[in-house]
Design a protein around this ligand. Sequence first.
Ligand SMILES: [Zn+2]
Length: 117
Amino acid sequence: MDCNTCENHIQAFLDRTLSGEDLRQFLLHVKKCSNCHEELETAYLVEVAIPRIEAGSAINLDKELSERLAAAERARLIHWVLSNMMRSVEVAAGIVLSYSAVRAFILFGMQYITFFD
Ligand SMILES: [Zn+2]
């Protein structure tokens, strides 16, 4: 992901609407690109931190943003694991259905042969 695309995704990240491959690429990019990380910090400050400071809460910007990035990474991994598990379940179901179909076909064939024997 390039810096331009990354910056375009900052709002979606803050809105928690960034997901899948875009989220993965975004997290990788802000981890290694100090400019985009700084952009994210600024956006987080304006969108999240300042309203809370105005409401009287104390905040630790670095800690909260790090936790937010880590939580997004965990959520992305959990989503990835669950979608792969679902794919495995689908494959297993497909195998069971295929086996059942073949078995039914063979049993029907044997009855058919027995019937005309
Ligand atoms: Zn960048």
